[in-house]
Design a protein. Structure first.
Length: 433
């Protein structure tokens, strides 16, 4: 985690103190279940809860781990220092370290998902607001970066809204997928611990019991979770790339808000750079790079190895913290994005009607001209616009072959801008209901 790209609410989930608090709650709830089953004395289970207000000493646990070379044992030793060795002798009864570690990781990922879902709600609200604001703001659509046909800025925002709405749905599913816990003991057979303990702990921690675990929770769940984060990151980049293009000087259809006192370049005082969306493109790469390691964690030896452990200690906080920051940054960019409708019109008209070529092509075919001949007629006039700066409509009107099929009124009608926006309301209803 890099503090520059981190928000406290998310980083707190991954702090050692938070992790140890979750470990403690799992152990305490397990003791309650064991006592209810008559496996351990109730007084020992009650004694564990005496530490519920304790701030576990991270430095002390690290000190113990330096000797034991085992983090869970170090924590259990520290817990015994608070409640007494005799009272603590039934803590972790029948459990294995992975019961604590895996269940804790999933609790953290669920909590992280809740924050990310809230982030997405903010972004979706911003996209919807700007889509409605610019529903009828006409701009040129581009394919291959080249002028294609008219669209609207509202449709651009609506398209990103729909994509992010799908991502929210994916994240909700990924959260459900990851919300399992396992308290099943060595190799997952429940030989030394009753399945009822797992059920109780999971209920208390807001999880579902893992239907079948080995000594670890299956990592295909985690692979799906991180893959979902990677897809969301790619969608963030998709929006960022569009804004970066629009902010190019020769385009300037929109730009990031430039605040008072902001500086764009140490060398060139005139610069107003798309630094936030460029940053988002980079952050998306960081999130996506956690996906492949998560996929590779699926394949573990037999009932357990720990090749996944070091990976998850890194990608768990890195992916969620970075994505949390990126979603909030993008929401801010959208909320404050400066849009230039006049520049959009100027750009669209730069090639003097050329973008209406398809309407003329279709009109010629409707008038009885073969598609091949119609294409040639339209293209030869279009090339004069590209190469000579001619006016497309004027060239069509002067083309005898075109005029044999289309009247002046027919040609003029094909340059009606409203034709291209007549179904915007229909699209909006599909997206926003």
């Amino acid at each position: 985690m890099i503090p520059r790209y981190a928000r406290k609410e998310m980083t707190d989930i991954w702090e050692p103190a938070t992790k140890f608090r979750i470990w403690y709650e799992i152990e305490a709830h397990a003791c309650d279940a064991q006592a209810k089953l008559g496996v351990i004395p109730q007084e020992n289970a009650d004694a564990v809860w005496k530490a519920k207000d304790v701030d576990f000493d991270v430095a002390r646990i690290d000190e113990i781990e330096a000797v034991t070379k085992h983090d869970v044992i170090a924590f259990l030793t520290h817990l015994a220092e608070h409640i007494g060795s005799e009272q603590a002798r039934f803590v972790h009864q029948g459990m294995t370290s992975s019961d604590v570690l895996d269940t804790t990781l999933n609790v953290q990922l669920v909590r992280a998902a809740d924050i990310l879902l809230a982030d997405m709600d903010r972004l979706l609200a911003a996209l919807k607001k700007r889509a409605l604001e610019h529903k009828d703001t006409v701009r040129i659509g581009r394919s291959h970066g080249i002028h294609a046909e008219p669209t609207t800025m509202g449709l651009t925002f609506a398209r990103f809204y729909a994509e992010m709405d799908r991502n929210k749905n994916r994240l909700e599913k990924a959260k459900w997928e990851i919300a399992t816990g396992a308290i099943s003991g060595a190799v997952g057979t429940f030989a030394n611990i009753d399945p009822a303990v797992e059920e109780h702990v999971c209920e208390q921690m807001g999880l579902r019991p893992e239907p079948i675990s080995t000594q670890v929770i299956p990592r295909d769940r985690h692979a799906m979770f991180f893959a979902t984060l990677g897809v969301i990151a790619s969608s963030i980049e998709n929006v960022a790339i569009e804004i970066r293009h629009m902010q190019r000087t020769e385009v300037l259809e929109a730009e990031e808000f430039f605040s008072k006192g902001q500086k764009g370049s140490s060398a060139m005082p005139h610069k107003r750079n798309p630094v936030l969306t460029e940053n988002l493109t980079g952050l998306a790469r960081l999130v996506r790079m956690t996906v492949v390691p998560a996929m590779e964690n699926v394949a573990l030896w037999h009932e357990r190895d720990i090749s996944h452990s070091s990976v998850e200690r890194g990608i768990g906080p890195d992916a969620t913290v970075t994505l949390d920051f990126a979603l909030n940054r993008l929401a801010g960019v959208i909320e404050n994005l400066v849009v230039y409708p006049d520049n959009m019109l100027a750009n669209m008209n730069k090639f003097r009607g050329l973008i209406m070529s398809q309407r003329v092509l279709l009109a010629l075919t409707q008038a009885g001209v073969s598609r091949e001949d119609a294409y040639k007629l339209v293209q030869r006039n279009a090339m004069k616009v590209w190469e000579q700066g001619a006016d497309f409509k004027e060239e069509l009107l002067a083309d005898e072959d075109v005029r044999k099929a289309l009247s002046a009124e027919d040609i003029d009608e094909k340059f009606d801008l409203g034709y291209h926006t007549k179904h915007v309301d229909t699209i909006f209803k599909r997206v926003f209901g």
